[in-house]
Design a protein around this ligand. Sequence first.
Ligand SMILES: Nc1ncnc2c1ncn2[C@@H]1O[C@H](COP(=O)(O)OP(=O)(O)OP(=O)(O)O)[C@@H](O)[C@H]1O
Ligand SMILES: [Mg+2]
Length: 310
Amino acid sequence: MIRAILYNSAIDVHYKIPKFGEQADFIGLNSVSFPAGKAINFAKAVKILGEDVEVSGIVPSVDIARFQTFLDGYDIKHDLTETSGNTRINATIFEEESGISYHLNSENEPIYESEIFAFNEKLLSKAKEGDFWAFSGSVPTGFDEEIYRNLIENCKNKNVKTALDTRGNPLKYGLSASPFLVSPNETEFQELFCGEIKGLQHIILKGKRLINSGVEYAFITLGKDGVIALHKSECFHCSPPEMHNQVNSVGCGDAFLAGAVVGFQRGFAFREVCRMATACGAVNTLTREPCKIDLAKVGQVMEQVKIENI
Ligand SMILES: Nc1ncnc2c1ncn2[C@@H]1O[C@H](COP(=O)(O)OP(=O)(O)OP(=O)(O)O)[C@@H](O)[C@H]1O
Ligand SMILES: [Mg+2]
């Protein structure tokens, strides 16, 4: 079973406006809103790829029914625990004239430690040998920044594979538990090493430090420039084809991670895992709702991904 852990639920709202600056009020805008959070994006892509997935998470009680209904709509299993407070809202405003998308990301309301503790206890009781658990997204304000480390250690004791896709201290601490897989983007990777990392050779050099520290697979994702993928002494640069008609840049990393985890669960060779993950990330650029990837398109793009041994 693939499990996606959701600590930072959000409602995403997308607006389209003609142009900022010409008017102060935008009335009657066409908008779409839907439950989000990295784990939900990830789970959607896993489900579309054809694997069973369950979202375990905490969601404010005021919105829990909405999340459950949304996940039911994708036929995604869920085990959501109610918390107090409100769900944070993230807005994306697409300015038609410039083609720029503005992302307004809000902080969550504090969550009681007792609620987190109870949730984590219940969560860990679900760990089963052969599972693959994905920990993705930021850690909510007030959370213990070592939360992912503790969970990864517990998972390893139960022979559960883990993927970690986060940033800052939760990434740094989580890495010390040696997850099976990590997938920082370029910015997160630079933050981790506290400085600019320029060029593929430099990325590879630093990436090897992750492998030497005990991580099995490290993917440093570089947006349209693809990914540097490392495992033991192997290193690939995987390049997606140029994607035409892009409408979205949010969630490419989540779709990428879904492709990688599904690949590993199916027993693919490393190179084929890279191929599928890179294609999933690329195809995500074609869909306005993050991770609602077109499966047929993933198949086509997989054929076009270039994988170079480095
Ligand atoms: N414009 C693009 N064209 C083709 N492929 C892309 C593009 N953007 C991303 N990808 C693919 O998706 C992968 C992940 O993208 P990226 O590095 O942007 O992740 P990210 O910053 O973690 O995204 P997010 O956190 O929003 O999910 C890349 O390694 C690449 O394979
Ligand atoms: Mg990401």
